[in-house]
Design a binder for this molecule. Structure first.
Ligand SMILES: Nc1ncnc2c1ncn2[C@@H]1O[C@H](COP(=O)(O)OP(=O)(O)OP(=O)(O)O)[C@@H](O)[C@H]1O
Ligand SMILES: [Mg+2]
Length: 153
């Protein structure tokens, strides 16, 4: 299978926020984005700027307090799931399936291992690597039909 790959270095918080904003602007609705990486590598930081870039002014809450949060944007809602430390998605499973099937809203998931099998469409994966106190490497991977998401970053 063909995949599109892009590697981006981020030397500081601001750069990660810029990447998120651009990604948020590229969203059309219906996309699924999976964020992988160590604790504190920048997943929620990126999520906050994706919402901002997509036009939401909703507050992004702290990671790992809530399993799910949502951000209202002009044309769609972004649903942010964080399954950190969960072995089972519980009721969130049905909600996730419903959102995937509605096809309009955007889904961003941290710690997605336990629900990966539920995702029946192509998604963008972003792997975060901590390379230093302020530096991160972001590896973006998607199938060609989602290339528009990462093209202009
Ligand atoms: N280049 C960078 N990009 C992103 N965050 C950075 C960068 N440099 C430093 N940071 C800091 O790293 C931390 C990233 O925290 P964040 O909550 O986004 O991580 P996370 O991957 O969501 O963690 P968790 O797995 O606990 O949810 C923040 O404190 C942020 O200020
Ligand atoms: Mg987080």
């Amino acid at each position: 299978m063909n995949v599109c790959l892009k590697e981006i270095k981020s030397d500081n918080l601001k750069k990660t926020q810029q990447i998120g904003c651009k990604l948020g602007r590229n969203l059309r609705g219906g996309e699924v984005i999976i964020l992988n990486g160590d604790l504190g590598s920048g997943k929620t930081t990126l999520m906050a700027s994706i919402a901002k870039g997509a036009g939401s002014s909703d507050q992004v809450s702290s990671p790992s307090f809530l399993i799910k949060n949502q951000y209202n944007c002009a044309r769609f809602i972004i649903h942010h799931f964080d399954f950190f430390r969960l072995n089972d998605p519980g009721l969130m499973k049905n909600e996730l399936i419903e959102i995937i099937n509605n096809g309009q809203d955007v889904i961003v998931i941290e710690w997605a291992q336990i629900i990966k099998d539920l995702i029946n469409k192509d998604y963008l994966t972003i792997d975060f690597k901590i390379e230093g106190y302020d530096s991160r490497k972001l590896s973006l991977k998607c199938s060609p039909n989602l290339k528009y998401l990462i093209n202009l970053i």
